[in-house]
Design a protein around this ligand. Structure first.
Ligand SMILES: [Zn+2]
Length: 512
């Protein structure tokens, strides 16, 4: 008897939870799909954004020009509300004008170089000797006192090359997607352990990076002309983070990017990265006591401290217009290439979603807002500020936020950020889309982009599970160009992002 009562109880509970996920409004879906897949504008918008304006470093003239063009495009598509939102963080206005480097002795070798963001220039072309600053502790610096003046200093150790046996491009297979679907939320103890480990890792990182800042400080003191670093990838692909400051970092972000763009941090030495293969070659030559002469020039434009902003645009809702459905992707990028898969594709997918819904004349109940974030690379600055202004201290209610910033790989599902209720709703939306390649809901929290700002604020912010393709090889590198974008993936992602915005804007329930 007890079991029967218990069974009835469980069934009743189950029927209640399932009943609560309301039917999905698929009214506009067919037309959204047709517009996204049969009349796509994404690749055209992407190529103009990235190839005409180039890299969009935060606070740079290029970022501002790209934002103005986006604003005028959205207005051309009759998007009623488009505006720039100051992010309350000033930064250095900087852009690259010219740069090159070549070994000229003992033989000619044109170097694949990329300047670090916000690096000062070399004040014209310099020809100088290369010196390998080989030191693993500060006591070893003394060996180089008086030997670095006017020299081109190789600051890091050579990077041992390993054969890249993994495929250049990959897609998630069913095993991986099933594992994501079966992900279980860690226990409190497991989370505490993971946090402890993360703290330990951060401490080691900061110690490691602080040592490099000390090396830079020493080079500055000794009057070195330029610092070269290894590009950290293979086959001529370089990652160039921010210029290493001579000021000790408090965390990884300070070191990698924040200090470099901060107007209050003293200027450091000119710095560029060289392709790892060539960097290791120069070190080898120097270890054979061969004199290596390098000719180089780095010209930059600096316009002092500038304001930064997000680009915000929206289609107002009707009866639920005070509830906001947001789509977002950061607009800022690094400078070694044109910031296409990081994150031009995310920006364009948000723009397209808004254009499509507006062009169809379908009216959402809730307001649909896109945010093209500023200063994501500098620590999620734009999204954090928007949340404080609109949802923490403002009178707006966020219904849901969807982020795109893991490259252009096809959406295969969504991370539900441990939000069991949202996971259940997403399963309904996924069955409504009926797309065999988009079916995974994973309860995991995923960090390292603007959805994290929403999660940290206790707001329903989500990111999509995307096929990795070659993202990990390309993001932040000198190969982040349009050729890396498979159009079908981009158009499919535009369709799914638009559909999720539409579902959320009209749903009878909420995700919290
Ligand atoms: Zn990104």
């Amino acid at each position: 008897m007890k079991n029967i009562i218990l069974l009835i109880f469980v069934l009743a509970a189950l029927s209640v939870t399932r009943a609560q996920t309301a039917p999905v409004d698929t009214s506009g879906l067919g037309r959204i799909k047709y517009e996204a897949l049969n009349n796509p504008k994404a690749i055209k918008t992407l190529s103009y954004l990235c190839n005409v304006f180039g890299p969009r470093l935060m606070w740079s003239p290029e970022y501002n020009k790209a934002a103005v063009w986006i604003e005028s495009s959205l207005k051309e598509w009759n998007i009623p509300d488009v505006y720039f939102e100051d992010i309350n963080r000033k930064g250095k206005s900087w852009s690259l004008k010219k740069y090159h480097a070549s070994v000229i002795e003992p033989y000619s070798m044109n170097l694949i170089v990329n300047p670090k963001c916000w690096s000062p220039g070399t004040q014209g072309t310099i020809k100088s000797e290369a010196v390998y600053f080989k030191a693993s502790k500060t006591e070893e610096f003394e060996k180089y006192r008086g030997k670095l003046k006017g020299k081109i200093v190789l600051i890091s150790d050579p990077i041992p090359q390993r054969m890249a046996m993994r495929p250049m491009v990959s897609r998630f297979n069913d095993d991986t997607l099933n594992a994501l679907s079966n992900y279980t939320i860690p226990t409190k103890e497991e989370k505490l352990l993971a946090e402890e480990q993360e703290k330990k890792n951060n401490k080691l990182y900061v110690e490691y990076f602080s040592f490099f800042s000390k090396k830079v400080a020493f080079c500055k003191e000794e009057g070195a002309a330029l610092i070269l670093d290894a590009g950290a990838r293979q086959y001529g692909t370089n990652i160039a983070w921010g210029n290493i400051s001579a000021v000790m970092p408090n965390d990884i972000f300070d070191y990698l990017i924040k200090y470099a763009g901060d107007p209050d941090i003293p200027e450091s030495l000119p710095q560029m990265v060289v392709s790892t293969e060539q960097y290791n070659t120069i070190i080898d030559m120097l270890s054979e006591n061969i004199q290596v002469m390098i000719e180089t020039n780095l010209e930059v434009e600096k316009n002092g401290a500038a304001d930064g902003f997000n680009v915000i645009a929206e289609i107002p809702g009707t009866d639920l217009k005070d509830e906001i459905v947001m789509l977002g992707g950061h607009l800022d990028s690094y400078t070694s290439a044109n910031g296409v898969v990081d994150n031009g594709t995310g920006v364009v997918a948000c723009i397209e979603a808004l254009r499509i819904i507006k062009s169809l004349g379908i009216q959402p109940r809730r307001t649909i807002r896109i945010a093209l974030w500023g200063a994501e690379e500098e620590g999620l600055v734009g999204s954090k500020y928007h949340i404080d202004k609109h949802f923490k201290n403002g009178n707006e209610k966020l219904c849901a936020y969807f982020n795109m910033d893991f490259g252009v790989g096809r959406f295969r599902g969504i991370y539900a950020e441990e939000n069991v209720r949202a996971a259940s709703v997403f399963k309904d939306w996924i069955s409504a889309l009926n797309d065999e390649k988009f079916k995974t809901v994973c309860l995991s929290i995923v960090k390292n982009s603007d959805q994290e700002s929403f999660y940290d604020a206790g707001l329903p912010g989500f990111a999509f599970i995307q096929d990795p393709l070659d993202y990990m090889r390309i993001y932040h590198t000198n190969m982040d160009y349009l050729d890396r974008v498979p159009q079908d993936d981009l158009n499919q992602n535009v369709y799914i992002l638009s559909a999720f915005a539409w579902f959320a804007a009209n749903m009878k329930t909420n995700l919290q």
